[in-house]
Design a protein around this ligand. Structure first.
Ligand SMILES: *Cc1c(COP(=O)(O)O)cnc(C)c1O
Length: 372
């Protein structure tokens, strides 16, 4: 398949295969594929289906709207949403059968009031164990768990889960958070709660800290074939699902000393060929990667030459015979000889998560594999 002008190609068989591989590695009774933020830029609905085909039995999103979009696409698998607008109306989520991740007593009351009376609202209580983001604070645990149990007895809610999230600051910090989580579980049990799902691990802890696995792991980045630790995902048996590529839009032969792109931060060192690549920061290509990030053209790897602009950047390809219309790969599966999202992350001073998730603008998206 020849490249489109500017596109990301997402291999859904890689997504499914990664989930199957991760399931085998973690061995938990349940696996949640996190498809928030449009599946980290990979396409939420398509990736959700592929992840379910690969053996995930839960889907995770940040916002309720993201969960509703999965339902609208006909996805009936369990979905947990955990980050809410302060004025969120939970009724639509309850009607759609989304599980609500709740981080405060006011959210608990709102969730209990959101059902239509015919069935309980499924909730999962989030507890703060060190990350300093959301989650019930320790001083609220006793009261919140007692109230949750009361609402459960009344039939308004079912507390399906209790969960938290780790900092990945160090194994010691994560173990301290797990000990903290154990205290929350004990407090919940003392209040009479019997959550079916206890979970705290995202990709990093799921892969590196077996005691963090509990009943379910919430896997995001690893599902897309990238390592939560940066570096080689192949060592984990994972395959990057996304390729970002385009077509050379112009080629020119220039003499030595030619300034390239805004501010002339790059000058040619000899007579050479410049290829124009039609992807820019409007597509989420980081300007910080100017003069640094690798790109693959004609089976060889070059560097972005000069500034990344809004719509385009230039690559000095030396004497390579490059033609207008040739394929340029920014990143993909490094096993195929192209740069990786991690290479781009390093060039831009960020993490692979940001490189794939920030993409957009005029990039089209094409899917390979899967059953769509
Ligand atoms: C984003 C997110 C995840 C997934 O994290 P990865 O590191 O991508 O696996 C899991 N849990 C929560 C609460 C999240 O916000």
């Amino acid at each position: 398949m020849s490249a489109a002008f500017r596109e990301r190609v997402v291999d859904l068989d890689a997504v499914a295969g990664n989930v199957a591989r991760l399931r085998e590695l973690v061995g938990t009774p349940h696996v949640m594929a996190v498809v928030k933020a449009d599946a980290y830029g990979h396409g939420a609905v398509e990736c959700a289906r592929a992840a379910l085909a690969g053996g995930a039995d839960w889907l995770g999103v940040a916002e309720i709207a993201e969960g509703l979009a999965l339902r609208e696409a006909g996805i009936t698998a369990p979905v947990l949403a955990w980050l809410h607008d302060p004025d969120e109306d939970f009724a639509a989520a309850a009607a759609a059968g989304l599980d609500l991740g709740l981080s405060s007593r006011s959210q608990l009351e709102a969730a209990a009031a959101a059902g239509d009376g015919s069935a309980p609202v499924f909730v999962q209580l989030k507890v703060e164990t060190g990350l300093s983001r959301n989650g019930l604070a320790e001083e609220d645990w006793d009261a919140a768990f007692a109230r949750a149990r009361e609402l459960e007895t009344q039939g308004a809610i079912v507390v399906r889960g209790i969960f938290s999230h780790l900092s990945n600051a160090s194994p010691e910090d994560d173990r301290a958070a797990i000990a903290f989580f154990e205290r929350a579980l004990a407090s919940a049990a003392a209040a009479g709660l019997t959550p079916e799902l206890r979970h705290i691990a995202a990709s990093a802890a799921a892969l590196s800290l077996p005691e963090a696995r509990y009943d379910l792991v919430r896997l995001g980045i690893a599902v897309y074939g990238l390592s939560p630790f940066g570096g080689s995902a192949a060592e984990l048996g994972l395959r990057p699902a996304m390729t970002v590529r385009g077509r050379v839009a112009a080629v020119r032969r220039v003499p030595a000393g030619k300034g390239v792109s805004y501010d002339y931060t790059y000058r040619t060192s000899g007579e050479t060929t410049l290829a124009l690549v039609p992807l820019g920061y409007a597509e989420g290509i980081p300007r910080h990667a100017s003069n640094r990030a690798p790109v693959s053209i004609g089976g060889r790897t070059f560097r972005v030459s000069g500034r990344v602009a809004m719509d385009q950047f230039v690559v000095d390809v030396g004497d390579l015979d490059v033609q207008v219309g040739d394929e340029v790969v920014l990143f993909g599966d490094p096993a195929t000889g192209v740069p990786s999202a991690d290479d781009w992350a390093e060039a831009a001073g960020t993490i692979n998560y940001e490189i794939v998730t920030r993409l957009g603008g005029r990039l089209t998206r094409t899917f390979l594999g899967g059953e769509r």
